[in-house]
Write a protein that binds this ligand. Structure first.
Ligand SMILES: [Zn+2]
Length: 310
C-alpha cells in the first residue's frame, strides 16, 4: 500500500524532544504514553498531544509557531478513511482560523458561515469538496475587503444565551495545581455562577466581559487563544467524525472559547503560563464530563446559538 502523509506539528516535536518526563498533575496519574495522541486514519496520520497535560498545553498555546507542520510519509495504520469532503472542510476551517485580516471572533464567525453552507450541501445530498474550496475563497475575499468584519459587527447580541452558558459553567470543576487557597477561590467563583439570581448573574456577566476586554495579554499575544482554537480544529479533525450536525460542533467550539474567556476573567491577573494551566484544567474537565444529552436541535438553531456566544 502507498505510504500516507504523516503530520507532526511543532508543539508535538518540542514536547517529544524534552529531556525530562513531565510531572504535571495529569501526567502523574496517567497511563503509559500519555499525553501523546496519534490520530490514525487510512489516508493520513496526525500526531498530537492531550493538552490536559499542562506542559503540552504550554507548548500548544504559548508558541506562535506551535502549529508549523512537519510532514513526512509512513505506512498506513488506521482504518477510517478521511473523506475528501471532510478533509477539505477541516482545511477550510483551519484556513479561516489563521486568516490575517480577521480577529478571533470574526474568524469563528466566518467558520460558522462556511459550516452553514456546508450543512445545506450535506442536507441536499449534493456534497462536493470543490464547493467548499469555492466558499472558502469567497469568505477569504470578503475578509480582505472588510465585509466579514462589518457583517459580524451587525450580528444581534443574544445576551440570554451568554447568560445561560455562564450559568452552566457553575458545574465546571478545575483541578488546578495551585496552593489550596487559590484552588478554593477559583472553585467558589465557578460554583457560585450556578446559584446567582438572574439579575446578579447579568451584572456579573457584564463585569467579566469588561474584565476580559481589559486584559492586555490577549492583545499582546493573540496567538494564545487562537492556538486553542486551531488545536481543537486539528486535534478533533473538526467538525469531527461523529454525526453531521455541523451546527452542534460549531456551538461546542464557540462555547469552549466562551468558557476560556470567562475562566480567564474570573481568575484575574494572568500570565501566559496561567492561561495554559487554566485551559489545560478545562480540557481535563471536559474530557471527564460526559457530553450533555443531545437536545436534537436543528443544525441551524445550534449555529445561531454558537454565533451568539462570540
Ligand atoms: Zn504533563
Amino acid at each position: 500500500m502507498e505510504p500516507i502523509e504523516h503530520y507532526q506539528p511543532e508543539y508535538v516535536k518540542r514536547f517529544a524532544a524534552r529531556d525530562t518526563a513531565c510531572t504535571c498533575l495529569a501526567c502523574r496519574n496517567a497511563r503509559q504514553g500519555f499525553p501523546f495522541v496519534s490520530i490514525k486514519l487510512k489516508n493520513q496520520q496526525r500526531e498530537s498531544l492531550n493538552i490536559a497535560c499542562e506542559t503540552a498545553a504550554r507548548e500548544a498555546l504559548l508558541n506562535p509557531e506551535a502549529f508549523v507542520l512537519h510532514t513526512s510519509h509512513k505506512p498506513v495504520e488506521g482504518e477510517t478513511l478521511l473523506s475528501a469532503w471532510h478533509k477539505t472542510l477541516n482545511q477550510q476551517c483551519i484556513n479561516l482560523a489563521i486568516h490575517p485580516s480577521l480577529s478571533l471572533e470574526e474568524r469563528l464567525y466566518a467558520m460558522g458561515v462556511l459550516l452553514s453552507k456546508a450543512q445545506q450541501y450535506h442536507d441536499n445530498g449534493t456534497k462536493d469538496p470543490v464547493q467548499l474550496v469555492s466558499i472558502g475563497e469567497q469568505l477569504s475575499g470578503l475578509a480582505d475587503q472588510g465585509v466579514l468584519a462589518q457583517q459580524f459587527a451587525l450580528l444581534p447580541t443574544i445576551v440570554e444565551n451568554q447568560l445561560a452558558a455562564l450559568k452552566e459553567m457553575g458545574a465546571i470543576r478545575l483541578n488546578l495545581d495551585l496552593p489550596m487557597a487559590g484552588k478554593m477561590a477559583m472553585a467558589l467563583k465557578l460554583s457560585e455562577l450556578a446559584i446567582m439570581s438572574p439579575s446578579r448573574l447579568a451584572e456579573h456577566h457584564q463585569a467579566l466581559n469588561a474584565q476580559w476586554q481589559a486584559m492586555a495579554l490577549f492583545n499582546e499575544q493573540p496567538w494564545i487563544l487562537n492556538n486553542a482554537v486551531i488545536y481543537q480544529l486539528y486535534h478533533t479533525v473538526f467538525p469531527g467524525f461523529d454525526g453531521d450536525n455541523y451546527g452542534e460542533t460549531f456551538l461546542r467550539l464557540t462555547r469552549y472559547v466562551f468558557r476560556i474567556k470567562m475562566i480567564c476573567a474570573l481568575y484575574g491577573e494572568l500570565t501566559p503560563d496561567t492561561v495554559a494551566m487554566l485551559v489545560s484544567a478545562l480540557e481535563e474537565w471536559m474530557q471527564q464530563d460526559p457530553l450533555p444529552a443531545k437536545r436534537q436541535n436543528s443544525a441551524d438553531y445550534n449555529l445561531l446559538c454558537g454565533l451568539s456566544l462570540l
